[in-house]
Design a protein around this ligand. Structure first.
Ligand SMILES: [Zn+2]
Length: 128
């Protein structure tokens, strides 16, 4: 319960309520939740678009209605959420780390060639 209460927006009472809920569930429920949290914390995410998610590929990349020739490049997974919340954008979306020489992220780390190939061909799978 202490760890749940450390999450943003979750106070002591909500953490207690979540704990009691989990205690009433089959152990598989808690195991799936723990694995989802581990996946997000490890930064694994979607292998196609780089969005932090516990599914690979993510729901956006699996969506056959997406126009893969239109590619929206965002910096953070939270940006994907904001765009998806608008509900009108049907392009493929990919997360791309910004240049950060101090963190060792130079142009070669961005794999811009794969991003351009994905955009040019409309194919998926450019990666993180
Ligand atoms: Zn994806």
């Amino acid at each position: 319960m202490t760890e749940l209460a450390k999450l943003p927006g979750i106070g002591r009472k909500t953490a207690q309520r979540l704990t009691f809920y989990l205690l009433k569930q089959p152990v598989e429920t808690a195991t799936r939740l723990a694995e989802a949290i581990r996946t997000v914390a490890a930064g694994d995410g979607c292998g196609e678009c780089g969005t932090l998610t516990d599914e690979d590929p993510c729901a956006i990349c699996r969506d056959p209605r997406r126009d893969a020739t239109l590619l929206c490049v965002v910096e953070e997974s939270s940006d994907v959420t904001a765009i998806e919340r608008a509900g009108r954008f049907r392009a493929a979306i990919t997360c791309w780390r910004p240049l950060s020489p101090l963190e060792g992220v130079g142009p070669e780390a961005l794999h811009l060639d794969r991003l351009m190939e994905r955009w040019r061909t409309g194919e998926r799978g450019c990666g993180k």
